[in-house]
Design a protein around this ligand. Structure first.
Ligand SMILES: Cc1ncc(COP(=O)(O)O)c(C=O)c1O
Length: 406
């Protein structure tokens, strides 16, 4: 990839937000007025991989736009990808379809824990989890991630002691929603932490859903550990929900997989309503097949660009945003920024939106420990990141923008 193009070879100048706003209609581009730089939602600015574009156009040209009857070619496509990238052997008959990862989580909980109950999740975490769990419904128990300066960046890890306490104490926990890698920190959980979680889940009969949607975007120096093999080895009841929607920016075409960790979990997933399959998009399925099989080079270029953007943001934060702490992701394209000591008050998200005209994820929506933080999207042209930092620097007290301005 030339330094000045996105992973599809499109010049960065052509993915300038002012241009994308005239071309795209997703919520990233419609939620805020035109003067707001939108870096809040997890969508990429990068151009869709050409092989995925072709796969979608071919299906449309063949008028192949009816209902699905099962995962078909997506099961081997995903299984091959999981084996090649992570060494995880996935029997094809353990792959089930759902409209999207959110639906996969809700439907898997409905069949695994039909009586509902209490669900634990590490926080701060992807805000939509709270909304999804209202659909089931479950009582949510937040277990803050442990801040661990000794852990590799992003400096946080599962608080296994607190997790064990929640499992052991009355009234106990029925299900655990793991985000692996964890959104918003981009934390790829350590294998030993996941193995211990699997052991605890088996011991206390806790059903685990591991949301691995960001896993394809694991950065090159990080090893991603899929949860399912560890769960199977420990005898924990677990499923993995994932899709190509983050790795290849396919959220709008609606197709995800729910993968059983072992035969016991597969028997649970066999109870998924058949409607779960017919509600999944045939276009999404074919886009996913193209992604997992033919768009791996594109993925690698996207990861390299995200890593470069992360380095750029780290240097800009150090130079231009005094008091801000940046949790460097090991996976994915989300940067979690701690503004509690930056002088913007208790609601930095609101100040940055109103005064700097940059829309970021509001940390307060990520759970009890997210207040004072914001989440910034790195899957864009480097210039977009520079522009965001320029705008934010200009509203910080003791404005550092004068000396740093280009
Ligand atoms: C951890 C996580 N899970 C699920 C989703 C949503 O996935 P989907 O659009 O497939 O429901 C997101 C979106 O950003 C996410 O970050």
């Amino acid at each position: 990839m030339a330094d000045c193009t996105d992973p599809s070879g499109v010049p960065f100048a052509e993915i300038d937000p002012a241009i994308l706003r005239t071309r795209r209609t997703s919520l990233k581009w419609t939620r805020y007025p035109a003067d707001v730089l939108p870096l809040f939602v997890a969508e990429m600015d990068f151009t869709l991989a050409p092989v995925i574009q072709r796969a979608l156009v071919e299906r449309v040209q063949a008028s192949d736009t009816g209902y699905l009857d099962g995962p078909g070619p997506l099961a081997p496509a995903f299984a091959d990808f999981a084996r090649d990238r992570w060494g995880w052997e996935v029997p094809h008959d353990r792959v089930h379809l759902a409209t999207d990862v959110a639906t996969g989580i809700v439907e898997a909980l409905r069949v695994a824990r039909p009586a509902g109950g209490r669900i634990a999740l590490p926080t701060p975490v992807y805000p939509s989890f709270f909304e999804m769990l209202e659909e089931v419904p479950f009582e949510i128990v937040q277990i803050p991630l442990a801040q661990s300066p000794s852990a590799p960046p992003p400096g946080a890890r599962l608080d296994l002691a607190a997790i064990e306490r929640s499992f052991a104490e009355e009234p106990g926990i029925d299900a655990f929603l793991l985000c692996n890698p964890h959104n918003p920190h981009g934390l790829a959980h350590a294998a030993e932490d996941l193995a211990e979680l699997a052991r605890l889940a088996a011991q206390y009969d806790v059903f685990v859903i591991s949301d691995e949607i960001h896993a394809p975007l694991t950065h090159r120096e990080t090893v991603f550990t899929p949860f399912a093999p560890l769960a199977a080895a420990a005898g924990a009841l677990a499923v993995v929900t994932t899709s190509a929607s983050k790795g290849w920016n396919l959220a709008g075409v609606k197709c995800s997989v729910v993968v059983a960790a072992d035969e016991r979990a597969n028997a649970v997933l066999a109870k998924l309503p058949p409607e779960t399959v017919t509600r999944t998009s045939i276009l999404g399925l074919h886009a996913g097949v193209a992604a997992f099989t033919e768009a791996r080079d594109w993925l690698d270029l996207a990861i390299a660009q995200i890593e470069a953007n992360d380095r750029l943001l780290a240097s800009l934060v150090a130079e231009r945003l005094p008091g801000v702490r940046h949790a460097r992701p090991q996976a994915g394209y989300l940067a979690w920024l701690d503004f509690r000591d930056a002088g913007l008050g208790e609601h930095p998200h609101a100040r940055i939106l109103a005064e700097a005209r940059v829309a970021l994820g509001d940390g307060a929506h990520f759970g009890e420990s997210g207040a004072g933080h914001v989440r910034l999207n790195l899957a864009c042209a480097p210039e977009t990141i520079r522009e965001a930092v320029d705008r934010i620097a200009a509203i910080l007290p003791g404005d550092a923008s004068e000396e740093g301005a280009r």
